[in-house]
Design a protein around this ligand. Structure first.
Ligand code: ATP
Ligand code: MG
Length: 466
């Protein structure tokens, strides 16, 4: 990777103000961490974190004296957040960390006076660089070189660093995925060895890192190359490893197949698959190991795996404290991934309706995503199964036609409403009215009735007469 020359780095004005204010008051201050890493890569826009020799109380005093707003966001760890021109800048006192008896939170932090000691506590070489507009780049661990080579390398002795804080195991995989980097061999050995300690880490922290991994679009790489780590983060993933499907349709074990599907959805979507499609591809076959049976010929079956898998996906994602809407979307995509769809308006509309019921307002988007999930699934089995992708093109053509007609997906889209039902049938207001509208909607979706007011009113009168 070709990097920006350190002399070419330009600190945004709002961060410069913070650094200048601290230095004019006699303290030392540097930009550090993610901003330095991403700016060297030529990727702009990362928030700026500042590390300083000032204690947080001093930082607050100095910054407020020049009119900068300061919030006490983490003073136990020496952090305050300055807000300059609407931009937050986290300012943290140089510190090292003590022991980590819970493998996550340092029992105590020690404030220090040398920025190098602060860099030594950071996780990876590429995250352990500091930059100052006059003093330039401070890079005691060769982070720049590792950025050029595309390598994730622990600062210091890898195993000790991972044992101090097991979350670093997952962070390593997240940075490798996000940047497309390799993990340096000694760091990799320690990763695999320390992965089980992830079980000690709070699940929402694991959720944050897994989000980063899945949203990198490279979870396929992590599945194949960092299986131990993913299996430690999500134990259900471990059961997919080496799971022989005993099926003439499958050339791969469940984990390899899943990795292929993840890669395929990414390719179909030009590397920009949506978050729900990425998670659905990752978890679509999660229930295969638990639903596996073999018939008398030895052939494997996974009856009910979409249904069980939808529940498992929901359980996993809730455990990881992921957003409820996302969980619902992934749940229905996993539930539907093997659902039979045919290139007919009726089948397409019924599919749209299922998505509408699960995730109101999202039916068209999720149905398109289902087609890509199915397409990815089809091309990740044996070559003969890939033929289904041709049928999916026909299904896509019908979906396009149907969406242009704006089919009714909820009872609100019908040409009649609850008042019409009450008037035409004499029915009392209540749940039965809704059921009658549902029946009409089903009739319309099944092509048994047109969505036209007169026809639906006639149907209501007919129903009333029965
Ligand atoms: P991102 O773009 O993902 O936010 P980042 O580098 O800003 O990347 P953060 O998690 O925001 O990452 O942390 C800021 C910096 O703090 C990191 O660059 C790293 O130097 C240090 N750091 C964060 N978490 C840890 C940790 N668990 N162990 C050691 N150092 C850490
Ligand atoms: Mg950050």
């Amino acid at each position: 990777m070709k990097l920006v020359d350190a002399s070419g780095l330009v600190l945004p004005g709002f961060a410069l103000r913070v650094i200048c204010a601290l230095e004019s008051a006699g303290y030392e201050a540097w930009a550090v961490g993610g901003w330095v890493r991403d700016s060297l890569r030529g990727a702009e826009g990362h928030d700026v974190d500042v590390t300083t020799s000032a204690q947080w109380e001093q930082t607050k005093l100095v910054l407020e004296s020049v009119g900068i707003e300061v919030h006490e966001t983490g003073t136990a760890h020496g952090t305050v957040t300055a807000v300059v021109e609407g931009q937050p800048v986290e300012v943290t006192t140089y510190r090292t960390e003590g022991t980590y008896s819970d493998l996550r939170h340092p029992d105590e932090v020690h404030f220090v006076t040398d920025v190098r000691e602060d860099l030594a506590r950071r996780d990876f070489t590429i995250n352990a660089m500091a930059y100052h507009p006059e003093r330039g780049l401070l890079d005691p661990y060769g982070g720049r070189e590792d950025l050029v080579a595309g390598v994730i390398r622990a600062v210091g002795e890898p195993e000790r660093r991972f044992r101090e804080d097991a979350l670093r195991v997952l962070r390593a995989v997240r940075f490798a995925c996000r940047l497309g980097f390799a993990v340096e061999p000694a760091t990799q050995d320690a990763l695999a060895g320390c992965a089980p300690e992830l079980s000690e880490i709070a699940s929402e922290r694991i959720g944050q890192e897994m989000t980063g991994i899945v949203e990198s679009g490279r979870v396929d790489w992590a599945l194949l190359h960092e299986t131990d780590v993913l299996a430690a983060a999500i134990p259900e993933v471990g059961a997919m490893r080496g799971f022989d499907q005993c099926s003439p349709y499958h050339a791969y074990d469940v984990l390899e197949h899943t990795a292929h599907v993840c890669r395929a959805v990414e390719e179909f979507q030009g590397g920009l698959a949506t978050t729900e499609l990425r998670w659905a591809a990752f978890l679509h076959d999660i229930a295969k190991p638990v639903t596996f049976t073999q018939d008398s010929t030895g052939r494997g079956h996974f009856f009910g795996h979409p249904k069980v898998g939808a529940q498992m996906a929901e359980d996993i994602m809730r455990r990881l404290a992921l957003p409820t809407d996302l969980v619902k979307q992934v749940r229905i995509l996993v539930r539907m991934h093997d659902h039979v769809v045919t290139p007919t308006p009726r089948s397409i509309r019924r599919t749209l309706r299922k998505f509408e019921l699960a995730c109101p307002g999202m039916a068209p988007r999720l149905t398109w995503e289902l087609l890509d999930l199915k397409r990815a699934d089809a091309v990740s089995k044996v070559p003969s199964a890939a033929y289904y992708a041709v049928e999916l093109d026909e299904i896509a053509a019908v979906l396009r036609q149907e969406l242009e007609k704006h089919p009714p997906l909820t009872v609100r889209d019908l040409a009649v409403n609850g008042g019409d039902v009450i008037r035409e049938t004499g029915m009392a207001p209540g749940p039965a009215v809704g059921l009658m509208l549902d029946t009409l909607l089903t009739g319309v979706l099944n092509d048994e009735l047109p969505n036209e007011r007169e026809a639906l009113l006639a149907q209501l009168r007919w129903a009333d007469a029965q």
